[in-house]
Ligand binder design. Structure first.
Ligand SMILES: *Cc1c(COP(=O)(O)O)cnc(C)c1O
Length: 235
């Protein structure tokens, strides 16, 4: 068995485990399991692996790089109800491809990207759901807008044709201890509440393989999980 086949054969089982952990975390938090959407992050993984997850019932898939998204969307075009999420920082010249393919864009980090995505989606006769990426940890190296800038960007982006502003996304500073992510997740939720709460900003995209349980306890509506489903990515 090649390494890829070994990986693919375990996907349905790992997916089932992640789903049950999501349901457990939701119940612990007094939430309904249906209030949390699992986004399978498939970056660097093959179309075969994605197809295996699809066959196990998974429908939402996340990709970081526009080129990879384009190639996989083409290879998997027969899976009509598969939803692509673009989750990586985007350059303007890639906006057209993303706006044509993605159902959801998680990484609005400046006004010109919001405008470009919106225009390209409108040209394609589509409406793309979008989330503002917030740099809650204040890390200089990290994408996303500062918490103090969210409201301004939110007000400017929300009226754009072709784009429906549905939420906020964050990536906390890396750590081995998931509990260290908690204050960052709580902060994102607080920023959401300052914008008017869940009725105005329904989606909170937060939590990855190591900390999605904590994210759910703090109100995540979308968790972005790669490694726990597809196995480790090569480095
Ligand atoms: C890679 C990635 C993930 C998934 O990370 P895992 O630790 O493999 O679950 C989630 N969100 C973003 C933005 C990513 O780039």
């Amino acid at each position: 068995m090649t390494e890829e086949t070994a990986d693919v054969s375990g996907i349905a089982e790992r997916l089932a485990r992640v789903r049950s952990e999501i349901a457990d975390a939701a119940k612990t938090a007094g939430r309904s399991p249906e209030s949390v959407r699992l986004l399978a992050v498939s970056k660097t993984k093959s179309a075969t692996a994605i197809r295996a997850a699809y066959e196990a019932g998974q429908r939402d898939f996340g990709e970081n790089y526009a080129q990879e998204l384009v190639e996989k969307a083409e290879a998997l075009a027969d899976l009509r109800d598969l939803r692509w999420h673009a989750i990586g920082t985007l350059q303007r010249n890639k906006a057209k491809a993303v706006a044509r393919i993605a159902a959801v864009f998680h990484a609005i980090d400046r006004e010109d990207i919001a405008i470009e995505i919106a225009e390209r989606a409108a040209q394609a006769g589509r409406v793309i759901d979008a989330l503002i990426e917030v740099n809650v940890g204040g890390e200089a190296s990290k994408g996303g807008v500062a918490p103090s800038e969210v409201r301004g960007l939110f007000e400017r982006a929300r009226g754009l044709e072709g784009l429906r502003l549905v939420g906020l996304m964050t990536i906390p500073p890396p750590s081995d201890d998931p509990s260290l992510s908690r204050p960052h997740f709580a902060r994102l939720r607080a920023i959401r509440d300052e914008l008017g709460g869940a009725s105005v900003v329904p989606e909170l995209s937060m939590g990855m393989t190591h900390d999605f349980r904590v994210a759910i306890e703090e109100g995540a509506t979308i968790v972005r999980v790669g490694t726990a489903i597809f196995g480790a990515r090569g480095v």
